[in-house]
Write a protein that binds this ligand. Structure first.
Ligand code: NAD
Length: 320
């Protein structure tokens, strides 16, 4: 399986199996980083309103287009609706802000970031957050997901977004969505790496025609400053099993982790600000893992999640 894209339901649009993730891409280097990512070959950019760098992501895209490296239609731009904008009256203004910040006329894939409706805070005045402005209170808002989804669908009808999807949802949430969706989700974005393989979730979601995108493919590394558990877990990039598979194929451990996902038909969106790593992370289609490698990685599944709302001190065990 060396196909480099998947075909999305409803639109039949091709979504690249590898993209560039924008979380924690420093604002001051972000425009150059996104420009470089496109220059070295990334065609999918995974952004989000809450990453607070959409303006700079847009600048990087604009420069790449202006210099003729790509056309807008060659790119697949993803961004996400933040939790404080789930109310049916707030979805469209949030989307319009993302479009304005990214300086784009449409988004290829718009995701509901988390199935957690939080009290609205003025997006022009306040940074997007888990808490009400100036407090440590997380206030749930009575916004049914169904109403949020209707607005996502309306954005499709109004041609502001081409595909819509969800992130951090489980089977129960998606099962419910399928009972009312006019347009079913195109993709589900979830944490996915050898410590958290989520085989049953992936199998069922795919059986519904919904593609999976993995985030945090390298496991604990991006959670080191936020989670004790991440600090106390053996890094995947330095794990003996992954290292031995990497040396067998003459590849890096990062490439093994990414190849493992795309070989499962799961898209990946690694983040690196280092040009050499950015390039090497793209090399996942010219080679493959064998059955022995796959069996060894399968044995590493311990159901260990790092993007855990409880580990951040939030009063909601979302994944329970
Ligand atoms: P990641 O797994 O891509 O890891 C990033 C870290 O790995 C960085 O510290 C980077 O320096 C390092 N790295 C990258 N390539 C490397 C290589 N080849 N060798 C060694 N180190 C390397 O982590 P992530 O940022 O958590 O996830 C990727 C993207 O997924 C994010 O940028 C974001 O777009 C998305 N994401 C989405 C959600 C969600 O809730 N939907 C949550 C987390 C991340």
């Amino acid at each position: 399986m060396n196909q480099d894209h998947v075909v999305l339901n409803r639109t039949n649009q091709k979504m690249p199996l590898i993209g560039y993730g924008c979380w924690k891409v420093d604002k001051d280097q972000c425009a150059d980083t996104i420009y470089n990512a496109i220059k070295v070959g990334y065609r999918l950019i995974d952004s989000a309103a809450v990453y607070a760098n959409e303006v700079e992501v847009g600048q990087g895209i604009e420069r790449a287009i202006k210099e003729g490296i790509v056309k807008r239609e060659d790119l697949f731009v993803v961004t996400k609706l933040w939790n404080t904008c789930h109310h049916k009256d707030n979805v469209r203004p949030a989307l319009q802000k993302s479009l304005k910040d990214l300086n784009l006329s449409y988004i290829d894939l718009y995701l509901i970031h988390f199935p957690i409706p939080l009290a609205y805070a003025d997006i022009q005045k306040h940074a997007l957050d888990w808490f009400e402005p100036g407090t440590q209170n997380m206030k749930i808002e009575r916004s049914p997901l169904q109403e949020t989804w209707r607005e996502m669908e309306r954005a499709v009808d109004d041609k502001l977004v081409r595909n819509i999807g969800v992130s951090n949802c489980n089977v129960q949430t998606i099962l419910d969505m399928l009972t009312y969706a006019k347009y079913k989700p195109a993709t589900l974005q979830i944490e996915h790496h050898p410590y958290l393989q989520q085989n049953r979730l992936i199998k069922w979601v795919k059986s519904q025609g919904i593609h999976i995108t993995a985030y945090s493919s390298f496991g604990p590394i991006s959670y080191l400053e936020m989670s004790e558990q991440a600090k106390n877990t053996k890094p995947l990039l330095d794990h003996d099993v992954i290292k031995s598979i990497a040396s067998k194929h003459g590849k890096t451990t990062g490439q093994v982790l990414l190849r493992w996902a795309v070989q499962r038909d799961v898209a990946v969106i690694p983040k690196s600000m280092n040009m050499d790593r950015m390039k090497s992370n793209l090399d996942v289609f010219s080679w493959s893992l064998d059955d022995d490698d796959l069996a060894k990685i399968a044995d590493m599944d311990i159901g260990l999640r790092f993007n855990d709302t409880v580990a951040y001190g939030l009063p909601i065990p979302l994944f329970d």
